[in-house]
Design a protein around this ligand. Structure first.
Ligand code: AKB
Length: 317
């Protein structure tokens, strides 16, 4: 039986991952953790944990006899640019703390399986933008992307040198309606739905033709749990896997929303986030993930739009 710790459980992905893990493993076996005093989403078991506090991390992992850790606490591309040193410290030291903990527990005969998220932000302007290969040029330009690229190297290093069973995927922009996104360049693709449901004009901070890789939350959760459930021998990439969902630009998204809500209007006012988006891939080749652990996306753009419009609460972000 697995005992699972989700760090960053109050975040966009963490909050939904905790629910999905509880369905699979039972409420007693899933511990949600985050830096705030309590769970924002009613997790039945919650611990206040700052991932930068390695002693507290070790204490919680030992007390609950944790066997798997999902380390999701991070600063994203836009908030990272506002506080680069803080973003680097959180993203890299948070990862190093769980890698070191896994190394120590492994030595004590108590191995930990780890999940750590990378991102399409690990790619850069010289990366082939269409069907970006698994293994290619990576020259990220944001501190977030640089931390993701370095993090991928650390994951592979700890696997090769110490045998740490760490697994990772490169998330595209994750789209969801239950919890707000956390300061990324792909956030427009969520904010646009909220504006549409409130009957407001949406001013998009990216230009209409800016195509980016995205994934709908249920697919993102399936990918995350899928890679963690696979036998270790099937995980042949120990840096991070490309995982593709859907690719679209703001004009295409707006047009589908307008099919359902004809009054909806979008204006375009690109800001500094445009430069970040322009440095990222438009679509990903995820053949390696398909071959190694059977990944494939199930939710296309029409289904994503219909589900977002059906479920998004009419409230401010
Ligand atoms: C961001 O936009 O920063 C994130 C990401 C693609 O990792 N959503």
């Amino acid at each position: 039986m697995e005992k699972i710790l989700v760090i960053g459980a109050n975040g966009q992905i963490g909050s939904e991952l905790v629910d999905a893990l509880i369905v699979q493993h039972g409420a007693d076996n899933v511990i949600a953790a985050d830096i705030s005093p309590s769970s924002l989403y009613g997790a039945p078991r919650y611990e206040r944990v700052d991932v930068l506090d390695s002693n507290r991390l070790a204490e919680v992992v030992a007390r609950h006899a944790i066997t798997q850790v999902y380390q999701l606490a991070a600063m994203l591309s836009v908030t990272g640019e506002q506080a680069p040193l803080r973003a680097w410290t959180l993203n890299i030291n948070g990862l190093l703390n769980i890698l070191e903990l896994a190394r120590e527990r492994g030595l004590a005969g108590k191995p930990l399986r780890l999940f750590w998220p990378s991102s399409v932000a690990a790619f850069g302007p010289h990366t082939p933008a269409i069907d970006t290969p698994q293994l290619t040029i990576m020259d990220p330009t944001t501190i977030y992307g640089i931390s993701k690229q370095a993090g991928e190297r650390l994951c592979e290093y700890y696997f090769t040198k110490y045998g740490i069973d760490v697994r990772s995927i490169r998330y595209p922009g994750v789209i969801s309606y239950k919890s707000p996104p956390g300061g990324g360049t792909t956030d427009y693709a969520i904010a646009i739905f909220h504006a549409a449901k409130r009957g407001e004009v949406y001013t998009c901070f990216l230009g209409p033709e800016t195509t980016l890789p995205m994934i709908y939350m249920p697919d993102a959760i399936r990918a995350t749990m899928g890679i963690m459930a696979a036998p270790a021998t099937q995980i042949r990439v120990r840096s991070s896997y490309n995982v593709a969902g859907v690719s679209f630009n703001p004009a295409q998204l707006a047009s589908l929303i307008k099919d359902a809500l004809p009054e909806f209007e979008v204006r375009y006012h690109p800001d500094e986030r445009q430069e970040i988006a322009d440095s990222w891939p438009q679509s990903l080749d995820d053949t390696q993930a398909q071959t190694d652990w059977g990944w494939h996306a199930e939710i296309g753009m029409e289904a994503l739009v219909a589900d977002m419009l059906a479920n998004i609460p009419v409230r401010k972000l």
